[in-house]
Design a binder for this molecule. Sequence first.
Ligand SMILES: C[S@@+](CC[C@H](N)C(=O)[O-])C[C@H]1O[C@@H](n2cnc3c(N)ncnc32)[C@H](O)[C@@H]1O
Length: 274
Amino acid sequence: MSGRTFYEDTRCDVALTDEKSPAYLPGAFLVAISALRAVPVITEKFLTGEGLGWHEHDHGVFRGTELFFKPGYAANLVSSWIPSLNGVEAKLKAGAKVADVGCGLGASTILMTQAYPHSTFVGYDYHDKSIEMARERAVEAGVSDRVKFEVASAKEYSGTDFDLITFFDSLHDMGDTVGAAAHVLESLNADGTWMIVEPYAGDRVEDNPNPVGRIYYSASTLLCTPASLSQEVGLALGAQAGEARMREVVTRGGFKRFRRTTETPFNIVYEAKR
Ligand SMILES: C[S@@+](CC[C@H](N)C(=O)[O-])C[C@H]1O[C@@H](n2cnc3c(N)ncnc32)[C@H](O)[C@@H]1O
C-alpha cells in the first residue's frame, strides 16, 4: 500500500484542475450545459428540418469546445498525429505553408505555430466571433507574427499553394463536405497533404454505443447535425460518421489517396492526397 488513497494514486484531480491534462473534463461539461440552452429552438428546428448554425449557439459552446479539445491536441498533435503523416513533419520543420480550416478559437493552429517556428499558418472559420477570439489567443501566445486568422467558409477561403491543410473536428459539421473537399484539393500544392481529424467512430451504429460514442452522439444531436443541416447541401454526417463515409466524401471531392494514419480513444486521424 502506498499510504495514498485510490483517488490520489489515479490522479483524478487532474480531470478537474489541470487544463493541460488529456483527461481534463470541464470543457465537456461547459459544452453540454451551453448546448442545452438551445433545446427549445432545436426542438422547433427538428420539426422543420432547418438545422441550427454553429454560430447561433450560446458562447459557452465555443469556449467549451476549445477547453474540451485542446488538451487532446496538446498531448497528441505534435508528438504523434503530425509524425503519422507521410513526410509532413520534415516540411513543417523546414518551413511550410499551412491552413487550419474550421479552426474555431485556434487551439490547434496556435499549437502548430508554436511547434514549427519556420512555418506560417492561417486559420479560417466562418464564425466571426470565434475568429476574434482566435486572434486574441495568438497575441496571448506571442505568435501573432506567424499566424493569421480570417473569417471564411471552407468552400471559399482565398489562400492557395498550401503544403498542409488541416480540419480538426470540423468537416462533419459542414453542410457541403464534398464541396469543401474539392476546394481543399484546389488550394493544396501538387504534393500537399490534407489532414482530417474526426471524432473516433466505427462505421456501424452498433459499433458506437460505448462511453465515448454516447458523448459524441449527444453532442451530434444538439450541435453537429443541426450545424450541417443549416448549411448548403446539409449532408449531416454527424459526429460518428466513421471511416467509410469519410473516404466517400474525400474521394468524391477528387482526392485519390485516403488512409487512417493513427487514432486515440477520442479521435481518428486521416490523410488525403491527390
Ligand atoms: C466542433 S468546432 C471545432 C473547432 C476547432 N477546430 C477545434 O477543434 O476546437 C467546428 C468548427 O467548424 C466551423 N465551421 C462549421 N462550418 C463551417 C464552414 N462551412 N466553413 C468554415 N468553418 C465552419 C465552426 O464555426 C466551428 O468553429
